[in-house]
Design a protein around this ligand. Structure first.
Ligand SMILES: [Fe+2]
Length: 457
């Protein structure tokens, strides 16, 4: 039987760092694309107890492809060198040293801001800065506040105000902080939000005027510190959405059915029959969600409409297909929008029993495109064993529509035993990929990433 699904198949960590140039391409890379497609995930360096391993644990490894002038100039994968990772690799430690308890290699998100590259996690663990070529500079102070908070993995850049927003929690604290940074990453404002019980707040949402906070029954649990994921489901606790004015002030809370928001697709303000309202689209994990066994959940795409005058929330299921890692055209962050993209996760199920040794890859082999106006969903199937994770939307050069652009994702290619960076046309979503960039290695299924446009500074 499989010892641990997250150490085998397409989840299995890779053992080597690779650098390759001038990658072969099938199809044609859009000529205007100039930048890097980056994605990170856990890639543990040695696991003491494989049976107890949890997917989201282990040193972060970034996988990047540099694209320019229709060519794929390079592929690189690099561990993020925390002090411990540097020790394990037999290298000198990089940058200033942090408290040993917070010496953790970020593995949740990789993003660009003002020409810099950051690997991010959460819970007060410092982001790490990387070079353009993905080497580790060291821990950095992005979003760091005197109280010990720092930018979280799901920080949101508002293209209109050119500010970066983060909602940061600390392990064991009843306060979460809304942190606003300028375009250079300097903290310009913080607001403390009371969060009794220390709920797990992985993601949040923004609208023109509000920050939306999700308080769930998944709360800090010191008894689970030894597992590396110190949270548990508290069945006595409800769930609610908090609405905080962007400029600070008091949070107004609205009750919802117990659940955990895995990720936010988007949110925006509007006017309904009863007056002003806020619409929030989320990937919702149902009651009883086991945060240490993410594969046991059946998350769906749900819409919550908050009636700000009446104080009620209308809950709707937008798509009951099991899915995660929702993304949108980021130019529509916080605004009315029509399209969302997500990874299908229908194979994301626990083993049927101890003899169940199916090569369950966890993710499915499909990306989804939701048309939220028409209420329809298209699926791009990558074929047997074509495991795929998060897809990232990248706008066309002079877009004429919200979905005028591309969706990029690493996809396992079983014929080569390695991964491709696949570029789909978002408007011809089920058609042949625009390009497949053939990488020299397998990219394990991982967490989040971004298209980071631009040259090295
Ligand atoms: Fe996430």
């Amino acid at each position: 039987m499989t010892v641990n699904r997250y150490l085998s198949g397409n989840f299995a960590p890779v053992a080597e760092e690779v650098t390759a140039y001038d990658l072969p391409v099938t199809g044609r890379i859009p000529a205007h694309l100039n930048g890097r497609y980056l994605r990170i995930g856990p890639n543990p360096l040695g696991v003491e107890d494989p049976a107890a391993h949890i997917w989201t644990l282990g040193a972060g490894m970034v996988h990047g492809v540099r694209i320019r002038d229709g060519r794929a100039e390079w592929y690189r994968n690099r561990w993020v060198r925390s002090g411990t990772v540097a020790d394990q690799l037999g290298e000198p430690r990089r940058g200033h040293q942090v408290d040993e308890r917070l010496d953790i290699s970020p593995n949740v998100q990789v993003a660009g801001l003002a020409g810099r590259t950051f690997a991010l996690i959460e819970g007060g663990i410092r982001p790490y800065e990387l070079t353009y070529d993905l080497d580790t500079v060291g821990p950095c102070d992005l979003g760091a506040t005197p109280e010990g908070y720092s930018a979280n993995a799901h920080s949101l850049f508002d293209p209109r105000t050119r500010q970066l927003h983060s909602l940061a929690f600390l392990y064991g604290s009843d306060i979460v902080q809304h942190i606003v940074m300028d375009e250079a990453g300097k903290v310009v404002r913080t607001t403390d939000i009371p969060a009794p019980g220390n709920p797990y707040m992985h993601d949040f949402a923004l609208t023109d005027n509000y920050v939306l906070v999700f308080d769930s029954p998944v709360v800090f649990s010191a008894a689970h510190l030894h597992t590396g994921v110190p949270f548990r489901w508290d069945g006595d606790r409800g769930a609610r959405v908090g609405v905080l004015p962007r400029e600070g002030g008091a949070v107004r809370w609205f009750e919802i059915a117990p659940c955990l928001v895995g990720h936010t697709l988007n949110a925006y303000e509007g006017v309904g029959g009863n007056g002003p309202e806020i619409v929030i689209d989320v990937v919702r994990h149902p009651e009883g969600f086991d945060i240490r066994n993410i594969g046991s959940s059946r998350p769906t795409l749900d819409r919550w409409t908050i009636d700000l005058r009446g104080g009620k929330v209308r809950e709707e299921r937008m798509d009951d297909r099991v899915q995660e890692f929702p993304r949108l055209n980021s130019r529509y962050t916080g605004r009315p929008y029509r399209y969302g993209y997500a990874a299908a996760v229908e194979l994301y199920a626990p083993p049927a029993g101890p003899d169940d040794d199916r090569p369950d890859e966890g993710f499915s082999n499909a990306l989804l495109k939701h048309d939220l106006h028409r209420g329809t969903t298209e699926a791009h199937e990558f074929g047997r064993d074509g495991a795929v994770g998060e897809g990232v939307f990248v706008a066309a050069e002079s877009p004429t529509a919200e979905d005028d652009g591309y969706v990029m994702a690493y996809v396992f290619n079983p014929e080569r035993g390695a991964s491709d960076l696949v570029i789909l046309s978002a408007q011809d979503f089920t058609g042949e990929p625009v390009a497949r960039i053939h990488l020299p290695a397998r990219v394990p299924l991982g967490l989040h990433g971004n298209w980071v446009p631009g040259e090295e500074r």
